[in-house]
Design a protein around this ligand. Structure first.
Ligand SMILES: Cc1ncc(COP(=O)(O)O)c(C=O)c1O
Length: 443
């Protein structure tokens, strides 16, 4: 039963005999006490295992494939260092992400640059750094990049981002492969762009790129995308298949999540069958490398009952915007009193302030943040074991696009990132300091 309760938790997670969550061999409640809450906790072994799984799966199916981490999912130095050490490249989407990737130790030859509205400064930074590739997203950028590279006497390797007009099953906010998209060029425009790049002496065309969306749990869509771009691949060396594999946020999703092995096999097979053997394959997963490795710890501040039960914690939309942006669904648990689907409770701990109300052992509650928005609800309908003020609550699978989108709304101090493994914990990003809230104010 314990294994099922931990189906979406990082590798190696366990419940102790008295029902306390252990992450990377560390007690979750003790982590909360030591580092404060909210806090992102990353299980290093899980992160490394996922990066390695990608490297090995593509090496098996397409030796020489270029697999990169989409750093937008978690542009944190320590995370990038683990991924770099596993031999992956890095995809960046601004000159800020480029700087972080270089700071983390990625060689420029292993970095490629995205962005649907790149500025001249973004392009200049990419060319000056000597990045492996710039992925051109539109005609204005093509002209601008040709000029930036020519001004510097450089020949910049590029790919062209194509929108193949296929739709994966995912939230509209993270669906990008449809024709009516702000990203990339449609098939006909891409054909024109290919000709134009070939005529630019300061650009060298490597190939094409597509990214059809994120949090995809169904693999068939990739074959449809490959089929759509295949007629454009004549004479081109590389096709970047854009990442996008989902993660299981809930036990229900865990049951239908494709493995990295199946994902790589399907993508490579589609390219080999529809385009041929000579094309170099590239891919750039983000979420599925870092998502499961991370969890967030919060402390309950208040429990309120009206039509619903509201469990208010010390974080929210400043550390996890996804529920508000994409109706993203999460699970939650009190770290030392897990609720089972049957309504039982594993463990009985918790130094929470006892509530005078006798409440049922497991309640359905909305886990809410502390921000001044009604939409600031982290988990609707969470099943929590008699939650009370002072409890530490965990939301699993927050490693991707949590820290990445964190902000200081309502003057909250952005949360630290804590790496755990082998029973030890170390802070790799400290909590924001209060004076940093006005550090840029000059008036
Ligand atoms: C161009 C591009 N590549 C790769 C990714 C990574 O997608 P995922 O995190 O779903 O693997 C994204 C995510 O938005 C993207 O925009």
């Amino acid at each position: 039963m314990t294994a099922d309760l931990l189906a979406v938790y990082p590798l190696g997670s366990a419940l102790s005999d008295d029902g306390r969550l252990q992450l990377g061999g560390c007690d979750a409640r003790e982590l909360a006490e030591r580092f404060g809450t909210p806090a992102y906790v990353v299980v290093e072994d899980d992160l490394r295992a996922q990066a390695r799984a990608y490297r090995e799966a593509f090496d098996r199916h397409a030796p020489g494939a270029h697999v990169s981490f989409a750093s937008k999912a978690c542009p944190c130095t320590a995370v990038l260092r683990v991924i770099e050490s596993e031999g992956l490249g890095c995809d960046v989407a601004s000159r800020g992400e480029l700087a972080v990737a270089l700071h983390a130790g990625f060689a420029p030859e292993r970095i490629h640059v995205h962005g649907n509205a790149k500025t001249e400064a973004d392009l200049a930074a990419a060319v000056d750094a000597g990045v492996r590739q710039v992925v051109i997203d539109g005609f204005d950028e093509l002209d601008r990049l040709a000029r930036v590279a020519a001004d510097r006497g450089r020949v910049q390797p590029v790919a062209i981002r194509v929108t193949p007009d296929v739709r994966g099953e995912t939230h509209a906010g993270i669906s990008t492969g449809q024709a009516d998209s702000k990203f990339g060029l449609g098939i006909d425009d891409a054909r024109v762009a290919i000709d134009r790049v070939r005529r630019e002496p300061s650009l060298r065309l490597d190939g094409l790129h597509f990214h059809i969306g994120s949090q995809l749990l169904e693999l068939g869509v990739y074959r449809r995308a490959v089929a759509a771009v295949a007629p454009l691949m004549d004479g081109l060396d590389e096709l970047n298949l854009g990442g996008g594999l989902g993660v299981a946020y809930t036990a229900e999703q865990a049951a239908r999540l494709p493995t990295v092995e199946a994902y790589a096999a399907e993508k490579v097979a589609a390219v080999r069958e529809l385009i041929g053997d000579r094309v170099r394959i590239a891919d750039e997963p983000g979420r599925s490398i870092v998502g499961r490795a991370g969890v967030t710890l919060y402390t309950v501040q208040t429990v309120k009952r009206n039509v619903s039960t509201w469990v208010g914690v010390d974080g929210g939309m400043a550390d996890n915007l996804r529920p508000m942006l994409y109706d993203a669904v999460y699970e939650a648990q009190v770290v030392d009193r897990f609720a089972t689907p049957e309504g039982d409770v594993v463990g009985g701990g918790g130094a929470g302030e006892r509530n005078a109300d006798p409440s049922p052992p497991v309640v359905t509650a909305n886990l809410t943040g502390m921000h001044c928005e009604s939409s600031d609800v982290l988990v609707r309908g969470a099943r929590l074991a008699s939650p009370r003020s002072g409890d530490v609550v965990v939301t699993p699978v927050t490693g991707a696009y949590g820290y990445a989108m964190s902000n200081s709304y309502n003057g909250v101090l952005q949360a630290p990132v804590v790496f755990v493994g082998g029973g030890t914990a170390r802070e790799v990003v400290r909590r924001q300091r209060i004076e940093e809230l006005w550090a840029r104010d000059i008036g």
